[in-house]
Design a protein. Structure first.
Ligand SMILES: Nc1nc2c(c(=O)[nH]1)N[C@H]1C(S)=C(S)[C@@H](COP(=O)(O)O)O[C@H]1N2
Ligand SMILES: [Mo]
Length: 257
């Protein structure tokens, strides 16, 4: 797929965005309508699926099973492909659960990153302190589940480096993120420690623009776009799966390589 295709496909997201929730419902309805799938699902779930509730429960159980299988297959050392600066998609598409003009307008001087959960040092971080940590850049492809992708350049603090700095329990299972716009997401610990997972502060050579997540976006090139939270205000380490905005609406939680 050429970069030109990437840009020309971007407008489609506007139409698809309205149907995200509908798509999840359609998927569910397809299972409900198909006797074979329903029968297979009953067998897997080990019970009779007679009402919508139990079908929902079985689908969720399968999704969790799927997460576990994916986590086992994931070795934590697979690298996402990288690209040349000349391949960066311009303009880069915007996406969120709202329109671009509603993106949170954050004052970097006031902004703080809260840290909680299974960590030794819960002091909040300022942008200045984050910029004093070693920075790492990448040119990688962002892939949105809605059917578009784009190549971008990000740089910032490797999440592993940050987790070490706050004395996080690296044997814990999950790292959760909360955003200024009520978005939230989470990663399994191996993905959080992956060498390409960064707390991105810059997009191109400049601080992240408002639309793309100022002042901090978690860039995880080994995961789908929705697991790359923008406008992050809190990070926490936990053994309970924190879920996510789309993850909790039926999108596969692992969604990565
Ligand atoms: N805070 C926040 N982060 C978010 C989202 C959002 O709505 N709010 N949308 C996600 C989705 S679905 C995508 S595809 C990417 C889009 O990032 P971009 O605007 O930089 O292209 O952000 C992800 N992170
Ligand atoms: Mo997305």
């Amino acid at each position: 797929m050429s970069d030109k295709d990437d840009v020309s496909r971007a407008p489609e997201k506007i139409r698809l965005a309205d149907h995200r929730t509908a798509l999840v419902k359609v998927e569910r309805r397809l299972v409900l309508r198909s006797a074979l799938s329903l029968g297979a699902l009953s067998m897997l779930a080990g019970c009779d699926l007679q009402d919508n509730d139990s079908v929902d429960k079985a689908l969720w159980a399968m999704s969790r099973w799927n997460d576990r299988v994916q986590a086992l297959l994931f070795r934590g050392d697979k690298l996402a492909p990288t690209y040349a600066a000349s391949q960066v998609t311009n303009p880069f598409p915007f996406n969120a659960f709202y329109d671009e003009f509603n993106a949170p307008d954050i004052d970097g001087a006031d902004w703080q990153l809260e840290v909680s959960g299974l960590v030794g040092d819960k002091r909040p971080w300022t942008l200045e302190r984050l910029r004093a940590l070693p920075q790492q850049g990448q040119i990688t492809r962002h892939i949105c589940i809605e059917g578009w992708s784009a190549i971008g350049q990000w740089s910032g603090v490797p999440l592993k480096r940050f987790l070490q700095a706050v004395g996080a329990d690296l044997s814990a299972k999950y790292v959760g993120f909360k955003c200024a716009d009520r978005y939230y997401s989470s990663l399994d610990m191996p993905s959080a420690l992956h060498p390409q997972t960064i707390l991105a502060l810059d997009f191109g050579k400049e601080p992240l623009p408002t639309s793309y997540g100022y002042p901090l976006k978690v860039r995880v090139p080994t995961k789908l776009g929705f697991k790359n939270p923008k406008h992050v205000v809190a990070i926490y380490v936990s053994n309970q799966n924190p879920g996510g905005y789309w993850e909790d609406q039926g999108y596969n939680w692992f969604s990565g390589i």
